[in-house]
Design a protein around this ligand. Structure first.
Ligand SMILES: NC(=O)c1ccc[n+]([C@@H]2O[C@H](COP(=O)([O-])OP(=O)(O)OC[C@H]3O[C@@H](n4cnc5c(N)ncnc54)[C@H](O)[C@@H]3O)[C@@H](O)[C@H]2O)c1
Length: 255
């Protein structure tokens, strides 16, 4: 397991699914973690799980679409623990499937406010702080949808291509300054939302898993492991990568 003892950072959307698994995994690796989400109860639950496992966590309500929240959460980690060594920008909205010609500009705007403009704000403040320190690692949650076309999911698809573009451009701009910026690209992952859908639509769920080379979906913990590793010194020469965590899906060239 990567060793992040002595490191401090935060995870957005850490109240559920992959974000919660990530906050737990960073803490298990020895880091101090500021757990953030827009839903207060879920923040407290994640903090309790970390503390019950012997880890160190504090909680904060953070709206991942807010520039002010992005500024404040970076300052909060530095005020509490002295440095921002890692940040996992996990928050991202999905959208109901709709053909392109029926897409609504307002729906794109709501999704881009979190997935694109929100991420831009978080990265901006994180990079400014890490530049002062001369060190740091950022990991963004992208998606296999950010590498392929995704019929019906144009706003989500476009937003994740933007995530990948921001990741690689920032990686190049800050590579010589001791800061690494990476992303990982999950395929279908067993979060509470996917579990409900699998129960409600077992045939469709079976078809999805059958199409994945490994014949199963990912666990949140398998995604979280990628986030922690990319922020650890074990990945010290890796920047700008868009790591597929997808059971082989990407090799087939599909989402
Ligand atoms: N689950 C998958 O199959 C899958 C696949 C590819 C990529 N992803 C990515 O994972 C992320 C979603 O996480 P998940 O799948 O663990 O989902 P999830 O539904 O389990 O958790 C989503 C969390 O986001 C929080 N949230 C919603 N809006 C927010 C906001 N404005 N600010 C802060 N937090 C907010 C929710 O409260 C919730 O805790 C997205 O970036 C998505 O693109 C997921």
């Amino acid at each position: 397991m990567p060793d992040l003892s002595g490191k401090n950072g935060f995870v957005t959307a850490a109240g559920s699914g992959i974000g919660r698994a990530s906050a737990l995994a960073f803490a298990r690796a020895g880091a101090k973690v500021l757990v953030t989400d827009i839903v207060e109860d879920t923040v407290e639950e994640t903090c309790s799980l970390i503390r019950a496992a012997g880890g160190i966590a504090e909680g904060r309500i953070v709206d991942a679409s807010s520039d002010e929240d992005a500024r404040a959460v970076v300052a909060d980690v530095v005020d509490r623990w002295g440095s921002l060594d890692f940040a996992h920008n996990h928050a991202g909205l999905g959208a109901a499937a709709l053909p392109f010609a029926e897409q609504k500009r307002e729906a794109w705007q709501r999704l881009f406010d979190v997935n694109v403009f929100g991420l831009m704000s978080f990265m901006k403040y994180e990079l400014a702080q890490m530049e002062k320190q001369g060190a740091g690692a950022i990991v963004n949650t992208s998606s296999m949808s950010g590498k392929n076309g995704s019929p019906g999911l144009s706003p989500y698809n476009a937003s994740k291509w933007a995530v990948n573009g921001m990741t690689q451009t920032a990686a190049l701009e800050y590579a010589a300054k001791g800061i690494r910026v990476n992303a990982f690209c999950p395929s279908a992952t067993m979060t509470p939302a996917l579990a409900s859908w699998a129960e409600a639509s077992p045939e469709e769920y079976r078809a999805v898993t059958e199409a994945i080379p490994m014949k199963r979906v990912s666990s949140p913990e398998e995604q979280a492991a990628a986030a922690v590793w990319l922020c650890s010194d074990e990945a010290g020469f890796i920047t700008g990568t868009l790591l597929n965590v997808d059971g082989g899906d990407g090799i087939l060239g599909k989402q």
